[in-house]
Write a protein of this length. Structure first.
Length: 153
């Protein structure tokens, strides 16, 4: 699974909305500026999240968006699946977006077996992690001193 730009922007926007949860609506321009997301793209993303019941909107001069439910009730897997489709790295192991395998024997394919473990690990994390966890992580990271980005492989 690789998160698209659309998926990353959606999760960043949801983090901003999660931080504002319980307050009034947040204007699109505010999220766009804070998260450095192009406004037109953000509008499309939020409209899509609204159709999934993840966010709700209010129109007008004082309009904007807010989470439709508490941030701890929005699993990241729901958001990712809605925007990206399968969590699985290969289609033949996806539970919700299965694609026929091209292997000679799907049941005995070592790649499929290994990638199923990868899918299960990703699903386990994303099913239990919520928008509230993103908010908590954002707050924790703001408390840390600036340091170089660590790319462990």
């Amino acid at each position: 699974m690789k998160l698209s730009v659309r998926g990353k922007y959606a999760l960043r926007a949801l983090t901003a909305l999660g931080e504002a949860y319980g307050k009034d609506v947040v204007r699109i321009q505010s999220i766009s500026d804070q998260q450095r997301i192009p406004k037109r793209f953000l509008e499309q993303i939020l409209f899509d999240l609204k159709s999934a019941g993840i966010v709700e909107s209010r129109r007008g001069v004082a309009g904007g968006y807010r989470l439709a439910v508490p941030p701890e009730k929005i699993p990241l897997a729901k958001v990712v699946r809605h925007l990206e489709g399968a969590l699985a790295p290969v289609g033949c192991i996806s539970e919700r977006f299965y694609e026929k395998c091209s292997c000679p024997d799907e049941r005995r394919c070592p790649l499929r077996s290994f990638m199923k473990e990868v899918r299960d690990a990703i699903a386990k994390i994303l099913e239990t992690a919520t928008v509230a966890d993103l908010v908590t992580r954002a707050e924790q990271l703001r408390q840390e001193p600036d340091r170089p980005i660590d790319f462990e492989i």
